[in-house]
Design a protein around this ligand. Structure first.
Ligand SMILES: [Zn+2]
Ligand SMILES: [Zn+2]
Length: 81
């Protein structure tokens, strides 16, 4: 009986580990930083997108999800140096 319990525990642990590994994979893919098209266009023109939704999102450091952006805005300060 003891070994059966141990086996169940090991199975539970391996399932948990697999789930944890999937969770890590999700985390790696989740924060994809994608700039909204309108914002990218504005930036190329040397401007800042003036959509209200984009301005609000930018204040929070995010790309505008309403305009199909996602994730955090990538900081480009290092490139400028
Ligand atoms: Zn925009
Ligand atoms: Zn927007």
């Amino acid at each position: 009986m003891k070994s059966r319990k141990l086996l169940a525990t090991l199975t539970a642990i391996s399932l948990f580990t697999a789930a944890a590994m999937f969770a890590v994979d999700d985390k790696k893919e989740a924060p994809v930083s994608k700039q909204a098209g309108c914002c990218a266009k504005a930036e190329k023109a040397g401007k800042v997108c003036d959509h209200e939704c984009c301005v609000e999102a930018a204040k929070a450091g995010n790309n505008c999800e309403k305009c199909k952006g996602s994730g955090k805005i990538e900081k480009k300060a290092e490139k400028a140096k």
